[in-house]
Design a protein around this ligand. Structure first.
Ligand SMILES: [Zn+2]
Length: 280
């Protein structure tokens, strides 16, 4: 049986080059249509890079993972892909990832919560999560999602987002991963933005490079069991998540728990975020 090359692209919005605040994503915002188009074009650049690198492409999944997962414009996406959209999803930002995939890209990602000068820094929920630690290390969406893919032996090969995320990625994953800086963070809601065409060209080039060197990359793995510590933003969130089986409330805003692997952790993280939204 011929084994095709399958790619998984997880997309978030905050790291898209032209975006500097959540205000711009409100339904009534005059910038929303343009941001959605430019976001779609960043994903397209990644798809073209993958296709440029190889002839034997099987599946390319694009997972729209910002808010309710309804940001990308499907009719403007490059053809031959599948788009995962909508909510709820148990595996949200990496819904559908498994051992069939050969490579993982993160487009439009952002730094973890608490990063100075990073655009819209947060970790899974800006309204409920203050920070997350796994096996003693602070982590954000990039690290958690890379670890979920790593569970299926899929290596993270490319990340795009602001310069603060780039720094985080280098620190956590080393030099091997292709990184595209889409903008330079000034504050949480201000940045020096690159021209969209410059960003798209660089994503396309680096996506091709990433596919060509993927064999050299190792999947990212958190050694099981996973010891998790989640600090939430206020005490009422602590109150609603306290009854979740397996969680130990160690202080008003902090819970700890152990899971046998990252998949189990991810499912519990989804439960915690969803419960937190009920008291927002
Ligand atoms: Zn987002």
């Amino acid at each position: 049986m011929v084994k095709y090359f399958n790619a998984f692209i997880s997309f978030d919005m905050e790291g898209v080059g032209c975006l500097t605040s959540w205000q711009e994503l409100k339904k009534e915002s005059p910038s929303l249509a343009q941001i959605r188009e430019l976001a779609t074009e960043e994903v397209n650049a990644a798809i073209r890079g993958i296709k440029n690198a190889r002839q034997d492409i099987g599946e390319i999944i694009v997972c729209d993972s910002h808010a309710g997962g309804e940001n990308l414009l499907i009719d403007m996406l490059e053809t031959g892909i599948h788009l995962v959209k909508g909510t709820p999803r148990s595996y949200y930002m990496v819904e559908g990832i498994d051992q069939q995939f050969d490579i993982l890209f993160f487009i439009g990602y952002h730094a973890m919560i608490g990063t100075k000068g990073a655009g819209m820094d947060h970790s899974y929920s800006s309204s409920s999560i203050y920070n997350i630690k796994l096996n003693g290390k602070y982590v954000g969406e990039t690290e958690i999602n890379a670890a979920v893919a790593g569970h299926y032996k899929v290596p993270l090969a490319l990340v795009s987002g602001d310069d603060k995320l780039a720094k985080e990625v280098r620190k956590f994953f080393g030099q091997e991963i292709e990184v595209i800086i889409t903008k330079y963070g000034i504050s949480r809601f201000a940045a020096k933005c690159r021209h969209p065409h410059d960003i798209q060209q660089e994503i396309e080039k680096k996506a091709e490079l990433a596919v060509k060197k993927v064999k050299k990359l190792n999947p990212f793995i958190f050694r099981p069991p996973i010891n998790a510590e989640i600090e939430v933003i206020n005490t009422v969130i602590g109150d609603v998540i306290e009854p979740v089986p397996g969680l130990k409330r160690v202080s008003a805003r902090k819970v700890t728990f152990q899971t046998k692997n990252i998949i189990e952790f991810y499912r519990l993280l989804r439960v915690i975020c969803n419960l937190a939204y009920t008291v927002k």
